[in-house]
Ligand binder design. Structure first.
Ligand code: SAM
Length: 439
């Protein structure tokens, strides 16, 4: 059975320049202000990552490159419908030299590309980044990590064998169901459950992609260094934490952060990284004062419990908006700056250069921006103010597509009652407002 899947339109919060700029600044690279930056995405697909950034920052410039002509056409169509003249898309391979427009970029994004393309394309990708990154520029490159894939790849092979065993082929999700039943351990079952949760469309471009080359951090960092690029850590500060509570003897890795992170990857079976790179000749300050975080905006981070409970409480009180780090430092004194830095790395807090544009109240005549309307009309995920892609059932998307400011809440509510009676309309609208859907 020949299953073909178009890569699903997605945005990736871990590759949002508002987030990556803070991660880079924390290790001493004075990045450009992303709201006025030049941003390049290599392997941009249908532009679902780049376009919401272009809508958020009209003074910044965005270029996307992809060799898939249909995806580039869709990206151009969405840009035109969304009224985004600051986003341009180019059809072409990294091997061919990248975007026609010359010049250097402040941010370069390559998400979901490196591990999933042949070796020549991997090298061309790093060459393009090294050529096009400005002196204070930062790139974010995601890849699959060898440590976690060592146990995963044999299961991919078993699922492929199950698929091939049925004369006419077995559909992938069915093959995973069968594989789960014959797993030899709970660990294997957990991996298969994780695969099933990804869904067929993502699996086709990740676990079951024609190319899936997991890399160890050491090999990735060495290859990047060979191209004149320096590894700065993860694109999100909290993602530098070990997975699964893994610990290693830090003293054994004095002066070898890559070795330490690699040992943690092995101990925690890590499967994925989203690495920050800068030019090897970039000026990276040796020691960064904690007060460097004073400019950023904070929200609750990925560690649900929050190690710094008092700070977690302040961030919860500011939700759905962000708390300004400088104001917290002023209120609590300079020691708060150190607490914030710790909180960013332990996952209590997440930081961005600009506050997420969310609302507390639902507008009387709800209006989404042109890009969100274009996505809703085409049945694509709609991206929220924190760059998370949100998928909706068809009928809900049709309702969203009506939110162009021409209808009042009571009218929309009547349509919702008729067309999607299961929807708790008032609560849904409050949720959308808090996620920044409305102008
Ligand atoms: C898995 S998709 C990722 C899309 C998007 N960056 C994301 O993360 O949602 C990989 C993209 O890279 C593009 N691609 C693969 N090899 C390429 C090459 N050599 N040159 C340009 N684009 C390439 C594919 O066409 C595809 O759109």
């Amino acid at each position: 059975m020949n299953e073909t899947w178009t890569y699903p339109a997605m945005s990736h919060p871990s590759a949002d320049p508002a987030v990556n700029a803070v991660a880079a600044r924390l290790v001493g690279l004075a990045t450009a202000d992303p709201s006025r930056a030049r941003v390049l995405e290599l392997g941009c697909g249908s532009g679902h990552h780049l376009l919401p950034l272009a809508a958020r920052w009209p003074e910044a410039e965005f270029e996307g490159v992809d060799r898939d002509g249909a995806a580039v056409e869709l990206a151009r169509g969405l840009a035109a419908e969304g009224g985004l003249a600051n986003a341009r898309f180019h059809e072409g391979g990294f091997e061919d030299g990248g975007p026609a427009e010359g010049g250097e970029f402040d941010f370069i994004i390559a998400h979901g590309v490196f591990s999933w393309v042949p070796d020549e394309a991997k090298l061309a990708l790093l060459r393009r980044i090294a050529e096009r990154l400005g002196p204070r520029g930062v790139a974010v490159v995601s890849f699959n990590v060898a440590a976690g894939w060592r146990r995963r790849l044999p299961l991919v092979e078993k699922a492929r064998a199950i698929q091939a065993a049925g004369g006419d082929g077995v559909e992938l999700m069915r093959a995973l169901e069968i594989l789960r039943d014959v797993c030899e351990s709970d660990d294997e079952r957990l991996i298969v459950d994780d695969m099933r949760a990804k869904g067929a469309a993502v699996l086709a471009h990740d676990d079951f992609a024609p190319v899936n080359d997991p890399f160890s951090l050491k090999d990735f960092v060495a290859l990047a260094a060979h191209h004149g690029l320096r590894w700065l850590g993860e694109g999100v500060p909290a993602d530098n934490r070990a997975e699964g509570g893994a610990v290693v003897d830090g003293a054994a890795f004095a002066g070898d952060p890559v070795g330490m992170h690699e040992a943690l990857d092995e101990a925690g079976d890590r499967t994925f990284r989203s690495a920050l790179l800068c030019r090897a000749d970039a000026e990276v300050a040796g020691r960064v004062p904690a007060s460097a975080v004073a400019d950023c905006f904070l929200s609750a981070g990925p560690a649900a419990d929050g190690r710094d409970a008092a700070l977690a409480g302040e961030l919860a009180a500011a939700a759905p908006g962000d708390a300004h780090a400088g104001e917290l430092i002023q209120r609590h004194g300079p020691a708060m700056a150190t607490r914030i830095v710790k909180a960013l790395y332990d996952g209590t807090a997440a930081a961005r250069t600009h506050a997420a544009d969310v609302r507390r109240a639902v507008p009387e005549a709800p209006r989404m921006d042109g890009l969100r309307l274009a996505c809703a009309r085409r049945g694509l995920p709609v991206v929220d103010a924190r760059h998370r892609p949100c998928e909706f059932p068809r009928a809900h998307l049709e309702l969203l597509a009506m939110m162009d400011g021409s209808r009042r809440l009571d009218g929309l509510s009547a349509i919702a009652r008729e067309r999607c009676p299961e929807l708790a309309f008032g609560a849904w609208m409050r949720h959308l407002a808090q996620r920044g859907f409305f102008l």
